[in-house]
Design a protein around this ligand. Structure first.
Ligand code: KG4
Ligand code: ZN
Length: 350
């Protein structure tokens, strides 16, 4: 792989894997602009993301979101050094809107195209938060589709120390929210509801101290659903806020505990986190306290860079740019990419 020369290239990132159409411009690790148009409000009427609605919303928004990102960055189209786009994983139709737009845009401007894996984007968000950040560090990946603890060895080499054996933590938040009658996406609503309650309802053991660095969320999810259904069948009222708080503690405490244990075991003194669940206030406070107690340096991206955004896609684009890993016009979208493949540096998004 050749190493690209320009030290602080200007990269346009484009993201359309789910219900957010996003575009951002970075120069090196500095964010120049960051635009998002979301169809979450329409989607919440249906209790989840309807793929066709997402694709149509992306189609309507993509050109103007990119135009705004370039304008607000104070640059011209010609100043862009490369166009980075999410090619997977996500909703196929939604991804295709971003990929097709990025290909046409890069071709028309004669700029290199970079294929970015969405999850690698979530992991790269930490580099924007602390521009001097350098591996090695331990990374907690807590998203809607994945839950894992990684030993990040270089910007493109990762070792999976543990992962979920079943559901992802974000998925558990979304499913529990549904049972509690909260809106999509469930995570922020559970967080809000939990603030009014106390973690007083017993929850199943969460492979704490056991199972190595692996996680299991399906048992916790089922326990919460059973608790609510049993109360309903008996005609008993239950406190939604207490259920939310109890679930949130059980779901998050194990993530924090294992992340810190991994850093200590590996002798690594820096920790990062990424993915939508890393926007959770309880997780953020718990991880901050645990890192502080154990003398670990924590790099925790701002909330808006934990949930979907295009700055993180541009950040991972920068890593690929520096590796000289460019895509061509045959690039297409991929709906699913397993975690092991996600963490390998794939040439040209194939
Ligand atoms: O990382 P993400 O974009 O998913 C993937 O790329 O796979 O994150 C989406 C997930 C959803 O499950 C959402 O409910 C959760 O992140 N989430 C949260 C919060 N904000 C978003 N979960 C808990 N607390 C939050 N504040
Ligand atoms: Zn995401």
């Amino acid at each position: 792989m050749k190493t690209n020369e320009k030290k602080n290239p200007i990269i346009l990132g484009i993201e359309s894997s789910c219900d957010e159409t996003a575009a951002a411009v970075i120069c090196g690790r500095k964010i120049l602009s960051d635009e998002i148009a979301s169809s979450a409000d329409i989607q919440s009427l249906y209790g989840g993301v309807v793929p066709e609605i997402a694709s149509r919303a992306h189609t309507d928004a993509v050109a103007s979101v990119v135009e705004r990102a370039v304008k607000n960055a104070g640059i011209t189209y010609q100043d862009i050094d490369a166009v980075a786009v999410t090619y997977g994983a996500g909703l196929l139709g939604a991804l295709l809107v971003g990929v097709s737009f990025a290909k046409a845009f890069a071709y028309a401007l004669n700029k290199p195209l970079i294929a970015v894996n969405h999850i690698r984007g979530h992991l790269a968000a930490a580099y924007l938060d602390e521009p001097t950040l350098k591996p090695p560090f331990i990374t907690l990946l807590a998203s809607g589709g994945h839950t894992a603890i990684l030993h990040t060895k270089t910007q493109s080499e990762f070792e999976i120390l543990g992962a979920t054996l079943d559901d992802a933590v974000g998925e558990a938040f979304d499913k529990v929210a549904r049972v509690l009658g909260l809106k999509y996406p469930g995570g922020p609503h559970i967080e809000r509801c939990a603030k009014e309650g106390k973690p007083v309802i017993p929850m199943p053991k969460m492979l704490k101290g056991g199972g190595g660095y692996n996680f299991s969320y399906s048992g916790l999810k089922t326990a919460v659903i059973n608790y609510c259904h049993t109360c309903e069948q008996r005609g008993e009222n239950y406190q939604k806020a207490d259920v939310a708080a109890s679930f949130q503690c059980a779901a998050i405490d194990v993530l924090v505990e294992k992340t810190v244990a991994a850093a200590k075991e590996r002798g690594v003194n820096c920790v990062t986190a990424g993915g939508g669940v890393a926007a959770n206030g309880y997780l953020r406070e718990s991880l901050k306290a645990a890192c502080q107690k154990n003398g670990l340096h924590l790099v925790l991206p701002e909330k808006r860079y934990c949930t979907d955004n295009a700055a993180m896609i541009a950040a991972e684009g920068l890593t690929q740019y520096q590796l000289g890993n460019f895509a061509d016009l045959r690039l297409t979208a991929k709906a699913s990419i397993p975690l092991a493949a996600t963490l390998k540096t794939v040439q040209n998004g194939k």
